[in-house]
Design a binder for this molecule. Structure first.
Ligand SMILES: NCc1[nH]cc(CCC(=O)O)c1CC(=O)O
Length: 323
């Protein structure tokens, strides 16, 4: 903080306005940031911002990348809110020069989860089972497993999605485990999908805490919420996505994890493991690549995995259209 910063923990502190979407998931996520700021001595409150993604029906790949985050970013850039909390995976890969992601807090489990009727796991679903998901990445990877599943469009908030299994409209859905965790519905999960079968979306389960780039005092306050390992993982996964020139609606999965390895002298050190995949939307093929390297070269590692995917034909594969 600079010498001109207001003293904290006193009555002189202005309440920080945290912009969030109005869904239960979004307000719960933003609520954790509000609570952490208050605990650190910075009064904060939530301000609900309605986004195009909240009011437009239809698949996200048709309404456009950034539908959940663009309005929130405009409110932030215009100074109507001080902080925005996003699901990181909903942000476009292109940076917004007016803003900075001042914190990537500790991340939830990034994996996808299956919510199926009768407690079934993926391998137990009979061919022809109706499985709801509209993310092209999930659709492509599910098809590539060759289980003969009937993949159906699915949107709406988490409760609506789970409700379609409870009502019998669908046999199962695939959804981010993090979302269920945040709203206290882990009980609905019948299987957490191993990344060997289903690689999650780049930055799934992570939050982006954003503010204006011209506010160093606020950046300093928010950086107290940053988790170095979560940030490194997200930087690698997003680097992979950016190198593929793809967005959150592309059939691309990635996961980066901090793992322990031995250095040349036999000492245990933390490294970053990065796995990525690109799949044809029709499930006809999918390719994978991986790398392990220093945590402080996260972006480079992610981009290197992406280049390997490109060498293996990712561009052509991602061009295969839906069936
Ligand atoms: N695109 C919608 C979205 N954005 C963030 C989450 C879940 C929470 C997260 O990944 O952080 C979801 C729902 C889902 O993919 O099932």
């Amino acid at each position: 903080m600079t010498a001109t910063a207001q003293p904290t923990g006193t009555t002189a502190v202005r309440t920080l306005r945290i912009g969030t979407r109005g869904s239960l998931l979004a307000t719960t996520q933003a609520g954790t940031i509000r609570d952490a700021l208050i605990a650190a001595g910075h009064p904060a409150e939530l301000v609900i911002v309605t986004t195009k993604g909240d009011v437009t029906p239809g698949p996200v790949q048709r309404i456009g990348v950034g539908v959940f985050t663009a309005e929130l970013r405009e409110e932030l850039a215009a100074g109507r809110v001080d902080v925005a909390v996003h699901s990181y995976k909903d942000l476009p890969t292109a940076p917004d020069a007016r803003l900075v992601i001042a914190a990537v807090p500790g991340r939830e489990d990034p994996r996808d989860a299956l919510v199926a009727r009768d407690g079934l796991v993926l391998g137990e679903l009979p061919a022809g089972s109706k499985v709801g998901t509209s993310a092209p990445r999930r659709r492509a990877q599910l098809r590539a497993l060759g289980l003969g599943l009937d993949i159906q469009e699915l949107r709406g908030n988490i409760d609506t999605r789970i409700g379609k299994v409870a009502s019998g409209e669908l046999d199962a859905i695939v959804i981010a485990r993090a979302g269920l965790s945040r709203i206290g519905r882990l009980d609905a999960i019948t299987e957490t999908l191993d990344p060997v079968q289903m690689l999650p979306a780049p930055s799934q389960g992570a939050l982006a805490v954003e503010c204006r780039a011209d506010n160093p005092e606020l950046i300093a306050i928010l950086s107290g919420l940053d988790d170095a390992h979560a940030r490194a993982a997200v930087v690698a996964e997003r680097g992979l996505l950016a190198e593929l020139e793809a967005g959150c609606t592309a059939p691309v999965g990635a996961i980066a994890e901090v793992v322990e390895s031995l250095d040349d002298d036999g000492n245990v050190i933390d490294e970053l493991s990065v796995r990525g995949c690109a799949a044809a939307l029709d499930g006809s093929d999918s390719i994978r690549a991986s790398a392990v390297g220093p945590i402080d070269r996260a972006e480079e590692l992610g981009r290197a995995v992406a280049r390997e995917l490109l060498d293996l034909g990712a561009r052509e594969l991602m061009g295969v259209t839906d069936v």
